[in-house]
Design a protein around this ligand. Structure first.
Ligand code: SF4
Length: 398
């Protein structure tokens, strides 16, 4: 069995003591008022307690978050044996089904391999973990493995983050506080990275849970510390935060002044998180500009050019209606097969829709295997640079 070492933080928070209960930077922690912290906020809150503070807070639900919510709903309903159509769930979250169904499919594949008996699925948990501090979170699954070990399972739909362990410690703490996990030396947490197809099992120790409790107590008492970094990306205070702006300016300076060709590969790779953060800033600038131009119309740049929202259209062929036309033009079945693409996830959904309760995941797995055996799956290799967890071969509760 793997055991964990003591928790190490990349950026241990250093605190400045506020002279009274209200900091100079706008945070106000009032005695007698309960502060609620979600487990998903823990990595950011522990690095930058000021992110929990007052001031302009804009909670935006970006596309990545909506994809994550849709995938979680697909998996929860399928595992609970409820009737569900993954594509309808995706559309209800206002995202393209193709961004959801492969991730949900990867989750079901992992789920079928893990052999866990669930005792709670998508359970909202809450616990007062320190005076005036309530920790909340949704445990994706809490269940028992074949070896009878109780495990907390967390689906991850995004790329890897360097600090998600704090979140896992939060889930383990909530499971224990709510009587869903034993007060043992450690609580296993299975993390399924759906994009990478990797399963990590992390062992959260009782010491780490105790340390988190102390850190949360410290947050309420020492809250004027800003610390900018990758964790700013989804902070509700990011639109109005001088610390984040200064950090981004520094990143731009590094990326524009560095002579990339002269760097070693490890030095280049180390710049990737900064480059990704700037790419996201530029993407959100693009979205904002699009919305504004839709309201205002073209904007003259004063140099003979204008910025305009140009509209175009794509035309799609409706397969069913097109079939008679294709035959009329003498196309053979082979010609048509060459021109038509079959969505594996859509066909999988059709099969799952007519499957018995509790059999939907197994039907999809069988379907994949049948396609493979018939030589009907073609694999195209793609290349992209991304940040992911170092791969390990672990099994839940093993
Ligand atoms: S944007 Fe970053 S630095 Fe500013 S409050 Fe949020 S986490 Fe802290």
């Amino acid at each position: 069995m793997n055991t964990t070492s003591q928790r190490k933080r990349l950026h241990k928070p250093t605190y400045r003591q506020a002279s009274d209960s209200t900091s100079a930077l706008g945070f106000s922690f009032q005695e007698g008022v309960t502060m609620k912290i979600r487990c998903s906020e823990l990595p950011r809150a522990l690095k930058c307690p000021a992110s929990l503070g007052a001031g302009v807070r804009i909670d935006e639900e970006g596309e990545a978050a909506r994809i994550g919510s849709a995938v979680h709903e697909c998996l929860a309903k399928t595992i609970k044996g409820e009737d569900c159509d993954w594509e309808s769930i995706a559309r209800a979250w206002n995202v393209e089904p193709d961004q959801v169904t492969p991730l949900a499919g990867a989750g079901m594949k992992a789920w079928n391999e893990m052999d866990i008996t669930p005792v709670a699925v998508e359970e909202h948990l809450t616990a007062e973990v320190a005076d005036g501090i309530t920790l909340t979170g949704h445990a994706d699954i809490i269940g028992d493995t074949v070896s009878a070990a109780r495990v907390v399972l967390d689906w991850k739909t995004g790329g890897s983050s360097s600090s998600y362990r704090d979140q896992l410690i939060g889930y383990a703490m909530l499971a224990r506080e709510n009587g869903l996990a034993e007060q043992a030396d450690y609580t296993p947490v299975a993390v399924v990275w759906l994009r990478d197809g990797v399963l990590d099992t992390e062992y959260i120790t009782a010491d780490e849970i105790g340390e988190l409790r102390s850190d949360l107590k410290a947050i309420s008492a020492k809250t004027d510390r800003y610390s900018a970094g990758e964790h700013c990306l989804y902070c509700p205070r990011r639109h109005d935060c001088d610390a984040r702006e200064a950090n981004l300016r520094a990143d731009v300076k590094v990326l524009t002044e560095v002579k990339c060709e002269a760097l070693t590969t490890p030095e280049l790779a180390a710049l990737k998180p900064k480059a990704d953060a700037l790419k996201k800033v530029i993407a959100s600038y693009g979205d904002l500009l699009k919305r504004r131009l839709a309201e205002s119309g073209p904007v003259d740049l004063g140099d003979g050019r204008e910025v305009v929202l140009e509209k175009g259209e794509r035309r799609y062929v409706k397969t069913l209606e097109a079939l008679p036309v294709l035959e009329e033009y003498g196309l053979t079945v082979e010609d048509i097969a060459d021109a038509v693409t079959i969505s594996k996830s859509k066909v999988g959904n059709l099969l799952a829709a007519s499957a018995e309760r509790g059999q939907k995941g197994a039907v999809r797995t069988d379907f994949d295997a049948a396609l493979e055996a018939a030589g009907a799956l073609e694999v195209k290799e793609m290349e992209s640079v991304k940040i992911r967890r170092s791969q390990k071969s672990l099994t839940a509760g093993g």
